[in-house]
Design a protein around this ligand. Structure first.
Ligand code: ADP
Ligand code: ZN
Ligand code: ZN
Length: 669
């Protein structure tokens, strides 16, 4: 009798025993193959995780494997270790982790038919790579000096400093050594650009991309190519960090600070952190690149008290000869009456660009026309009845929308409470800014770029093409536009409403603001045309802005780290957040209180449990939400605690409609 331990996509922290069918003899070579097994009333796809000669269950109860699937090579051992690490670290069921990282097609009983021919993208003409700058050479030499084993590098370089070129040169070396390369980027929007660049440089590397917008069949095909080794480069978003790659020799994480690397539901993992674990486990180098590294990575690379965990590589200057960093100025908005939120200096600067035929970008990270609609008579405001939040006015299509739960309705003609017809938008979003700018500059071609105007991939690509082609004079955009794109004619960036993040309750807000300002500033003047950035603020003396003006990330980061250390915040503490949601807040809080009053918690003296509190957005989609923070100065102590605590959490009796989850290393509060 042979027993296979099978990983299944169920929320239980164990494998399931099945009998190996008569006539099949499985050995270690078969561990990692998919199987079809009966489970409950249905069949499911699972993965053989282990083999045994006996089971703890009575043989009569053990069902038999229906089929051993050999359409794919077995998943490799290091892939198992990666999943095991994630399951343990993020307190997630191992079977769920394993199956959820597979493309949907490979988890299904009836997989989609793989088409034989596919995907070849049009390649731009090959051109010679540029000779490296001295800084790039130094960075590459440092990487080379450390050899092929594990080292984590933090490549800190201002926007346009040629980080990507450094990655590509190192990729070239890995390919030449017969290795596979994993390139991670935060957003799908950034993949086509990098994909084109990588494909042009390495036309025969069988580059595949992996992200959520691919069809099931395409994702399956690309994933399979990575597993069977025919794809030598995999370019993907966060889930791609789990791609099995037998010859993996290098990992690159571009824009490593970006919060898109954090998965926000299911297993809430950080693809960046998982990538570092994977590189260490595989014994291969990893390069984390950013103009504004996460403070965690910066501390890892610069903390002088512990031997640096990451090796810091710095590119101080833009790579293209004579390309200067933009001049950043603060506009003190206390000193004048703004016109539709726009200062005289910004309006004048836009006008100059119009005359010169250059582009301007006005950055406001709030979509819609106005964040709320109000009645000037009775004080009514547009509230979402499902959330503790306001409905946002979208005048472009006459709707009120909740940005949290998706509820929407028509804009009322009069106040629903008192009938007053004079209801007014309050505050300003991108749509309102667009209207104001078109009234002020009627001759200008204005393009709004936010999640409303770029709903689909096609719309987004069309907008980007229009900008490239110079078919717009003024861009109004949210953070969608802040990242990664070189627009050759863009020479002016103005930012509105940045101050809110300075005093936000979330202590990570300044870090995000700094990154955003540097990113958006990086859009201005990338090529021959010098750039100018105007930051409208009521707090021009704030040290954060002073660092932005000097393009001085290290000054900003070091100051932030000092504050974090004093306050005992990460990266000087390790955290996990337990969240509960239920129709009634009392139930959510009661669950957390039960979680907190656990006698064994005392045995984990290094772990502190805070009081349960309602979340900032206390109600979303009719569910009332609360959270409880667990914290320790030791990652290990926290991990030991969480493993035990999770069992306790699963045992607490809770109302049927209550849901809870545990998030390790939470980013948002
Ligand atoms: P980053 O990734 O740091 O934003 P990129 O690698 O995209 O920077 O480089 C920015 C620009 O500089 C690109 O247009 C790139 O082609 C160019 N570039 C990069 N390295 C060099 C170099 N050594 N010489 C000339 N141009 C370069
Ligand atoms: Zn009213
Ligand atoms: Zn809502």
């Amino acid at each position: 009798m042979q027993i296979a331990r099978v990983a299944l996509d169920v929320p239980l922290h164990r494998f399931f025993d099945y009998l190996v069918p008569e006539g099949e003899v499985l050995g270690t070579a078969e561990i990692g193959l998919r199987v079809r097994v009966p489970f409950g009333q249905k069949s499911r796809i699972g993965i053989i995780a282990d083999l045994a000669q006996s089971s703890d269950f009575p043989v009569a109860q053990i069902k038999q494997i229906e089929a051993v699937l050999r359409d794919l090579p077995a998943l490799p051992a290091d892939w198992f270790r990666l999943c095991e690490f994630c399951a343990a670290y993020y307190q997630a069921p191992l079977g769920e982790v394993m199956l959820s990282t597979l493309p949907a097609g490979l988890r299904r009983i009836d997989p989609p038919k793989a088409r034989t021919s596919h995907r070849l993208p049009k390649l731009p003409p090959l051109h010679e790579p540029p000779p490296l700058t001295a800084e790039q050479q130094t960075a590459l030499a440092t990487i080379a000096a450390n050899g092929r084993g594990f080292t984590a590098y933090l490549l800190h370089g201002v926007t346009g400093s040629g980080k990507t070129e450094v990655y590509l040169r190192r990729v070239e070396q890995a390919l030449a050594a017969g290795q596979q390369v994993l390139l991670l980027v935060p957003e799908i929007n950034l993949t086509p650009q990098l994909e084109a660049r990588v494909a042009a440089r390495f036309p025969s590397a069988g580059l595949v991309s992996l992200h959520s917008e691919l069809t099931d069949a395409a994702r399956t095909r690309n994933w399979r190519a990575a597993l069977d080794g025919s794809a030598r480069i995999v370019l993907g978003t966060r889930l791609a960090v789990f791609t099995p790659m037998p010859d993996l020799g290098l990992i690159v994480v571009d824009e490593e600070h970006d919060s898109s690397f954090k998965q926000q539901d299911g297993m809430r993992y950080s693809a960046r952190d998982v990538a570092v674990f994977r590189a260490r486990e595989r014994g291969v180098p990893i390069v984390l690149g950013s103009a504004t590294p996460s403070l965690e990575s910066w501390a890892n690379a610069t903390d002088s008290r512990t031997p640096a965990r990451y090796t810091l590589l710095t590119l101080y200057e833009r790579a293209v000869k004579n390309a200067r960093l933009p001049v950043v100025q603060r506009i003190d908005t206390r000193l004048e009456k703004l016109q539709d939120g726009l200062s005289g200096a910004l309006l004048l600067a836009i006008e100059k660009r119009l005359v010169r035929g250059e582009q301007s970008l006005v950055f406001l990270n709030r979509r819609g026309y106005a964040p709320v609609l109000t009645c000037t008579c009775c004080g009514w405001i547009s509230h979402c009845h499902r959330c503790a939040a306001n409905l946002v006015l979208h005048l472009a299509d006459g709707r009120l929308r909740c940005h949290h739960c998706g509820y929407e309705c028509r804009v009322p003609k009069a106040c629903p409470t008192c009938g007053n017809q004079d209801i007014q938008p309050f505050g300003r979003g991108t749509q309102r800014l667009e209207v104001a700018l078109s009234e002020r500059f009627p001759q200008a071609r204005i393009l709004r770029v936010d999640r409303d105007s770029a709903k689909s991939r096609k719309q987004w690509e069309t907008l980007v093409e229009q900008i490239y082609a110079g078919e717009a004079d003024i861009l109004v955009g949210t953070q969608m536009l802040a990242k990664g794109h070189d627009f050759p004619k863009l020479t002016l960036v103005g930012t509105l409403g940045a101050d809110a993040a300075l005093f936000a309750a979330d202590w990570r807000a300044p870090e995000r603001l700094f990154a955003q300002l540097m990113q958006v500033a990086g859009r201005a003047g990338r090529a021959e045309l010098a750039g100018e950035v105007l930051i409208q603020t009521q707090f021009p003396d704030h040290p954060l802005y002073a660092s932005v003006v000097r393009h001085d990330y290290p000054a900003f980061a070091n100051e932030q780290l000092r504050e974090r250390e004093q306050a005992g915040f990460p990266p000087y503490a390790y955290q996990a957040m337990l969240r509960a949601e239920a129709p009634q807040m009392a139930d959510s809080l009661a669950y957390l209180a039960a979680a907190r009053s656990w006698p064994q918690a005392a045995e984990h003296g290094d772990v502190m449990l805070y009081d349960p509190v309602p979340m900032r957005l206390a109600r979303r989609a009719n569910l009332e939400r609360a959270q409880l923070l667990a914290e320790s100065s030791s990652r290990r102590a926290l991990q030991n605690f969480l493993g035990e605590w999770r069992k306790r959490l699963e045992a607490i009796k809770a109302p049927a409609r209550l849901r809870w989850h545990l998030e390790v290393d939470p980013l948002e509060f």
